[in-house]
Design a protein around this ligand. Structure first.
Ligand SMILES: N[C@@H](CCC(=O)N[C@@H](CS)C(=O)NCC(=O)O)C(=O)O
Length: 208
């Protein structure tokens, strides 16, 4: 049994989608970020940076924070979405998500969606970076079905929930044909639909 410490954000959804994809038994413990529950001292014992997601694997008595590390752990446990002969490429695209796509789109959310008008410089900077991320992903997906090649992998699972915030980005996902094709293909997966709304609150994956 995996316990997932969760909030309905892109980083949280990476793990609920993965758990649905590999069909593991899991339970969700909600962390209310706006109430500051991530800073509770008990939670900080498993997530020292006070962030979601984190997991406890009760059977193996392991706890983990950082969504990329959790995805690798679950992929290794299940033997899914992390082909052993393609790990170098999968790692590369997973790190691109962890180091660039997530943090930069996260800043775009802060300045464009949550706090418009606070800093013209930051709004422009992260808008431009977000547009470049769409363009770069679109280019990658011109000759590749999925980010790390022909197979769906944890790199796609990590990236999808960030692109699923496309309505916040004001970039126009439909202008990016390859990225749109990739998005629609993943959005149609049963496990993705279930994992996206793992709290069963009726949250639908945004359409293009
Ligand atoms: N690099 C981390 C980022 C996690 C992260 O930023 N989580 C956000 C929600 S999406 C969070 O917990 N924010 C609460 C806070 O910063 O106080 C990961 O991928 O797990």
């Amino acid at each position: 049994m995996i316990e997932l410490f969760y909030s309905s954000t892109p980083n949280g959804r990476k793990i609920s989608i993965m758990l649905e994809e590999i069909n593991f038994d899991y339970k969700i413990t909600k962390i209310n970020l706006s109430k500051g529950e991530q800073f509770n001292s008990d939670y900080r014992k498993i997530s020292p940076f006070s962030k979601i997601p984190a997991i406890i694997d009760h059977k193996n008595k392991i706890s983990l924070f950082q969504s990329g590390a959790i995805l690798i752990y679950l992929a290794e446990m299940s033997g899914k979405f992390y082909d052993s002969d393609n790990r170098i490429v999968i790692n590369q695209w997973l790190m691109a998500q962890m180091g660039d796509i997530g943090p930069m789109l996260g800043q775009h959310h802060q300045f464009h969606h949550y706090n418009p008008g606070k800093s013209k410089f930051s709004e422009e900077r992260y808008f431009n970076i977000a547009k470049k991320i769409y363009k770069d992903l679109d280019e990658r997906l011109l000759n590749s079905s999925f980010l790390a090649g022909e197979n769906y992998s944890i790199a796609d699972i990590a990236t999808f929930p960030w692109i699923a915030r496309h309505n916040w980005h004001s970039i126009g996902l439909n202008k990016f044909k390859n990225l749109s094709r990739w998005y629609e293909k993943i959005a149609a997966r049963k496990a993705v639909i279930k994992g996206y709304d793992c709290l069963k609150e009726g949250e639908e994956i945004p359409k293009i």
